[in-house]
Design a protein. Structure first.
Length: 895
DNA sequence: CATTGAAGTCTTTTT
DNA sequence: GACTTCAATG
């Protein structure tokens, strides 16, 4: 029945629907629906027809619960709405409908929601009888399946939100032509349950049926290259000119995609990767895709999985710069003179180390009345120096140059000590910090990159696998990261980068926009493509943001267009204090949810903060109002005290030299070993040339004399715990089991109960950590395909497949893959424990998974929210000293 | 004498 | 919530 639909059917104009028949017809012929919302058993229908580029199309349909209460209660705002939900179905009268249409907030809500993407929305309301409602459901189902087969097949948000009545689906399928069925089969992995059911129901004994089954049973989602080609074409057809140009750009010509916000950056990047694999037959394992945050990496993985299947995605070398470096450094540790079991030292541990070193200069600082930064400040200064490639000795000259005025004859440490004591201490602390890291066999975040550069720079073969490098958010790369990219790309010099100079918000992390130019210098044939079409925001939001950033005079002028209407104007509200502000945020969100009649739910709201500490008042307000929320990037899971406790023990098991872990665990639970004793141990260990851990073990064994306040008896349980765990770890016990054993050995639960009021939530976090540990094992990077996945399912369907001589495509890169794992994997360097620890140290946003599905308002820092989008966004505390922040040295960035 | 507990201060942004 | 300082306890 769909065959005879003219393709330009959408030229037919549907402005509003006064009766059900015309609406129903319209739904069935409309091909380009943007969104289909969940249908509930309801009586009032909102139909919206939208005009896109001169073509009027029905775009969104939704049933809302009856409006009886709305009609009876004339009051506006919050009070009238919550009652809607529980009112039984009820046909509305003309008068009520009139009221509804007049209900400006509701319609406004609709229009602003839709006009984010489409201009000229018109809204009208229709009433449905029960029978009509059922027919409508049917129409929607057909419509959805049609969309699923022939529309935007990769849209993930449609999947969960659509009614899938199996009878209706079959009715739909029966009407399809053979060709359409084939295409359906090629995408049917998105509807696994349906397909299994269909094959059983129809007893399909033909080519199509097998393909459906093959798609379900074979590990690679798309059974034939013909279908891959079709899919790629459909993908390309949804891109605009510059986007498509970017995707199809020849792989061997370096490419810079300069993309404004909301211009489909990630879509282009993922499509390009798919294109490289599907059209240029570049093996996934030879593609390196780098992002800056784990969130971006995960997002990309998710989207790519929909395009090319899980198998191929697993083979991509994909992740943050840090994660990639860590991985290759473990593999090739020996090449650069590292030990494979190095520990990754996070910011908190770095800070503690620096604090400890700083104490040795305490007397000097006091005696000379030197103004000195706190250790956090120093850590970030050290980090800056490291990213710029300055070693402690280099800092001497640099700090002396910073001193204005007279020329300095001898640029050496002694002069620095005289002229800039604070600078001198900094250099000494920096030196000592580096020494400690080496001595304790650990790398901080910057070291991962620095040593990565050493590895790939000196040992070309370590990067020889790489055929193409793609970098997301390129404007945020710093010098080290840029070098890293260059070295990895060295073998084939195929590079694609995506970036936006206007969105550089990591200047404080030494991000260098100059890298865009550097790349043109180092890769002379580099081409640029600009993406200037914004698909995210309304015109008035763009105008506002342009107004803000164009206050920056040195900015390179760059345009951004949108096809959207101006939409509602952004609102600015002033409050006397933060309490009122927080209160307003809570009630305003409630009002908007109510006023839009459930079109917006909590997931559609975000509150963006300059820094996470601002969330206190707001969290309190949301709790008061009973609004569920989640905190992005707040106190991160892996930075929680109880999680760090457990991780520290495990780190020490894996790397006994790692000092921060030793200091954390030796008196945990309290064993009456205080600061002084620990300091003594460390000092004596240094004298003896042992790690503190080794020394403690020897004291325990009676091999060396005890220290002043006797330690031997106190450390008994500590030493046995570590020895037990070490033994178990070496025999390959899973991290999850190790944690359980550890909890038991140190009676951690008892300790928590004693030391913290909220021990129950803390215990839950540990359970969550155990969960994470068990998951991590399954999704370990580069895990070779399991036996089960390699062998096609041996049931009757698969056997039939082969009998009929049907070809199931063999993955091109599987062989290459197994070779590379054999060659690279120094089995010793990748114990399950080590993998787990690395994942823990390098992941930030492994928020509990079920959290994501729940309906919650998002609270996030602006930085963490980069690249995400919500229909409604609030930005509290936009006031001087907060936003722009008082300590920011780059106002353009704050803009 | 070393350790622990209580009270008080300060909190950018990320891997 | 993490760190520091000061007084009280083992």
């Amino acid at each position: 029945m769909y065959n005879d639909l003219p393709l330009d059917i959408t030229d037919r104009i549907f402005t509003s629907f006064t009766d059900f028949e015309s609406l129903w017809t319209a739904i069935r012929v409309s091909k380009h629906s943007y969104s289909v919302f969940k249908l509930r058993s309801t009586s009032i229908l909102y139909a919206v027809s939208v005009n896109i580029a001169g073509r009027n199309v029905i775009h969104v349909l939704r049933l809302v619960r009856t409006a009886t209460n709305l009609a009876s209660s004339d009051s506006e705002g919050v009070d009238a709405i919550p009652a809607w939900k529980d009112v039984p179905r009820y046909p509305v009268t003309t008068e009520q409908r009139r009221l509804l249409i007049k209900y400006a907030d509701v319609l406004q809500g609709w229009e602003s929601f839709l006009s984010r993407r489409h201009k000229d929305c018109t809204v009208s309301a229709v009433t449905l009888t029960d029978a009509e409602s059922d027919r409508f459901q049917q129409a929607m189902c057909e419509f959805w399946m049609y969309q699923q087969c022939f529309g935007e097949i990769w849209r993930e948000d449609i999947l969960d939100d659509t009614p899938m009545d199996i009878e209706l689906q079959i009715m739909f399928l029966k009407r399809l032509s053979t060709e359409e069925l084939q295409r359906f089969a090629s995408v049917c992995l998105f509807m696994k349950d349906t397909c299994i059911w269909l094959c059983r129901a129809f007893g399909w004994n033909n080519d199509i049926g097998y393909r459906v089954v093959a798609a379900l049973t074979h590990p690679t989602p798309y059974p034939t290259s013909v279908h891959l080609s079709v899919i790629m074409d459909e993908l390309l057809s949804t891109l605009n000119g510059p986007q498509r140009k970017s995707v199809e750009h020849p792989p061997n010509v370096p490419l810079q995609i300069l993309a404004g916000p909301g211009s489909g950056k990630t879509k282009v990047l993922t499509t390009r990767i798919a294109y490289l694999i599907l059209r240029h037959a570049i093996a996934p394992s030879t593609i390196c895709a780098v992002t800056f945050t784990n969130k971006a990496a995960n997002e990309m993985k998710l989207r790519l999985t929909k395009l090319i299947g899980k198998e191929k995605v697993m083979r991509l070398k994909m992740g943050t710069f840090h994660a990639l470096c860590a991985r290759f450094l473990r593999q090739h540790a020996a090449l650069v003179g590292l030990e494979g079991n190095f520990t990754i030292c996070d910011a908190e541990e770095s800070k503690k180390l620096v604090g400890k070193i700083l104490k040795t200069y305490k007397d000097y600082i006091i005696a000379h009345k030197i103004m000195f930064d706190d250790s956090k400040e120093i850590v970030s200064k050290i980090s800056k120096a490291k990213t710029k490639g300055y070693e402690p000795d280099d800092m001497v000259a640099i700090l002396l140059d910073d001193l204005k005025g007279k020329t300095i004859p001898h640029k050496n440490l002694a002069t620095l000590k005289d002229l800039d004591p604070a600078g001198w201490i900094f250099v000494e602390v920096y030196r000592e910090y580096e020494r400690t890291l080496r001595a304790t066999n650990s790398l901080d975040f910057d070291d991962l990159l620095i040593w990565g550069v050493k590895l790939f720079g000196k040992h070309k073969q370590a990067a020889a696998w790489c055929k193409h490098v793609l970098v997301d958010e390129f404007q945020d790369t710093n010098t080290v990261q840029y070098d890293l990219m260059r070295y990895i790309a060295d073998a084939n010099r195929c590079v694609t980068i995506v970036g936006d100079p206007d969105q550089s918000i990591y200047g404080w992390r030494s991000a260098d926009i100059g890298n865009l130019k550097n790349m043109q210098r180092d890769f002379p044939s580099t081409k640029q493509i600009f993406l200037e079409q914004n698909y995210r925001s309304t015109a008035s939001i763009l105008a506002l943001s342009l107004g803000i950033i164009s206050g920056d005079n040195v900015r390179i002028k760059k345009t951004l267009h949108t096809a959207h209407p101006s939409g509602p104007r952004p609102m600015m509200h002033r409050f006397l204090d933060e309490k009122m502000e927080a209160q307003f945020i809570g009630t305003e969100m409630k009002r908007v949810v109510a006023a839009t009649g459930g079109i917006l739910d909590w997931n559609d709201f975000a509150i963006l903060l300059r820094f996470s500490a601002l969330s206190r008042e707001i969290e309190a307000s949301l709790q008061r109002e009973g609004i569920p929320y989640r905190m992005l990037g707040g106190h991160k899971f892996f930075e929680r005290l109880e999680v760090k406790d457990i991780l520290a023990y495990l780190q020490l098991v894996d790397n006994p030299q790692f000092l921060p872990a030793f200091m954390r665990t030796i008196n945990l639970p309290p064993r009456n070993i205080g600061e002084k004793s620990i300091a003594q141990v460390i000092q004596r260990a240094e004298q003896a040339g042992l790690s503190p851990m080794a020394l403690v073990e020897r004291i325990h064994d009676g091999k060396v004399p005890d220290i002043k306040p006797p330690l031997k008896r106190k450390v008994g349980p500590f030493v046995t715990t570590l020895r037990t765990l070490r033994e178990q770890a070496n025999s390959g016990t899973s991290p999850a089991m190790l944690i359980r054993k550890l909890l038991e050995l140190i009676k951690y639960t008892d300790h928590l109960k004693k030391s913290h009021e909220d021990w129950e939530t803390r215990l839950e976090n540990i359970v969550e950590l155990i969960n994470f540990a068990s998951q991590e094992k399954e999704t370990a990077l580069d895990a070779p395909p399991t036996e089960a996945a390699k062998v096609p399912v041996r049931d009757h369907r698969a056997t039939q497949l082969e009998d009929e001589g049907l070809v199931i495509i063999e993955d091109d890169s599987r062989n290459a893959m197994s070779q590379s794992t054999d060659a690279d994997d120094n089995a010793d360097n990748e114990t399950p424990l080590r993998q787990f620890l690395q994942a823990s140290m390098l992941s930030t946003d492994s928020q509990t998974k079920d959290d994501d599905n729940k309906d919650k308002v998002t609270i996030s820092t602006c930085h963490a929210a980069k690249g995400l989008e919500w229909p409604v966004v609030m930005v509290p505390a936009v006031e001087n000293k907060v936003f722009p922040h008082k300590r920011s040295d780059d106002h353009a960035e704050e803009r």
